[in-house]
Design a protein around this ligand. Sequence first.
Ligand code: SAM
Length: 248
Amino acid sequence: MDQYRDFAFIYDELMDDVDYDRWVEYIEEIIKSEGAEVQNILELACGTGNLTIPLTKKGYDIAGIDISAEMLEVAMEKAEEEGVQLVLLQQDIAELDFDVPNLDCILCACDGFNYLTYDDDLEYVFSKAHELLKEDGIFIFDISSYYKLSKVLGNNTFAEKREDVVYMWQNYFDPEEDLVEMELTFFVKNEDGTFDRFDEVHQQRAYETEDILEKLADAGFRDIKAYGDFAFEKPKKDSERVFFVGRK
Ligand SMILES: C[S@@+](CC[C@H](N)C(=O)[O-])C[C@H]1O[C@@H](n2cnc3c(N)ncnc32)[C@H](O)[C@@H]1O
């Protein structure tokens, strides 16, 4: 499936309304509230490094993994521009192959796990994360909620007209499979004023919070928590983002 290929080069522009500073702050608040000792972090589905770079600047030692060579290329370019050194690996996290043990923290932000559409793949990455963490290590991730994928995004069309990019985003939710298929069409302006069109199809799985909590427990995690929308409270029915925390 063609995901995050040409899209990678305009991803940051289209995500310019996302408050990544607040995201980093919230992750640090979770670490603090857990009393976890974190120096090194393995970040799964790190994309263009929107969390990887600021967390590196804060002094954490991070390795980032993503399946998209293009997203990693953008991350590397940004890191070079900002004078930050990143360790990035191109891998499918459904087959996560990382053998540095005793990690302090494993992180996966902004839908990485929604892209794992099979139970087996999610269960594998959870048990691998558990294996890689040190005793007492912390696993932090967030996903788009079942509510968001089925009701807000699902069976809806979005469009936006910007100066340099015009895009359309048509979504179809399949309640039998809990899958949302997103058809994205982009028109990106060239220097001569013409537009190039490209298309991508993304598939995300909608997971119920209870299902994730059960899978985390099955993988061996303890003190598991689910928080809604950047707060320290249980997710509400209409929370769009659910954060999960588990300790080894
Ligand atoms: C919405 S982006 C989030 C990127 C980044 N975490 C952020 O917050 O900006 C989702 C990322 O998941 C990555 N991804 C999707 N499926 C993956 C897989 N099976 N293995 C590794 N990365 C994957 C995509 O390439 C993309 O970079």
